[in-house]
Design a protein around this ligand. Sequence first.
Ligand code: DX5
Ligand code: ZN
Length: 230
Amino acid sequence: MATSSEIAVLCSQAPVILPSVLQCDYSNLEREIHRFEEAGVKGFHLDVMDGNFVPNLSFGFPVIEAFRRVTELPLDVHLMISNPEKYVSRYVDAGADIVTVHAEVLEDPRPLLDEIRNLGALAGLAINPPTPVETIASAFNSCDLILTMSVMPGFGGQVFDDLALEKLRWLRGEAPDAVILEVDGGVNEQTIADCVEAGASALVVGSAITGQADYTPCLAQLNTLARRGL
Ligand code: DX5
Ligand code: ZN
């Protein structure tokens, strides 16, 4: 796992961009990880999909373990799966520093979030675009991170839904200050400043980075634009 100081750095450097590696080159993962590190990323966002909660499959424990072997940066694992309670401990064992589960599959997310914390990782709670943000208020005290989805999860490269901005503004006012507010889906050069202005402190960016030949200028430009939202 990343050390607690690396995670503290991650949390303190808001707004921080976390690349979603869903569409990166898996034929040479180590080289891809180094390309992101050389571009200056502060952590990785890893999208786990089960073909049930979302209509797509991605990867599971072996890929998380591979990232853990190659990088010391924090790993932010987004579980888009139907039965997260069965698997969270294995994702922490695999090297996840942040484990995010979806509110839509949990009647009461608090016990699982508390379990994630007890396992030594940060606990994240995600909501899809149709899920009203007020429904997770009772779980705030069990959350280290709240993930507002700005697309329906399952695929990279979709169009940002502005409804996420309203949710972020509400969360900035209502959630404890220490909670990391993350946004995921369609974040790019056009939308990133609005996300920060609305209160996001962690910005997941997939295709807007992995679609570029050189990650370094792309990340620099996204960082500049993100800071305009402060
Ligand atoms: C969507 C995933 C996202 C996605 C982001 O299901 O959770 O992390 O890969 O990709 P872009 O930035 O291309 O929308
Ligand atoms: Zn994600």
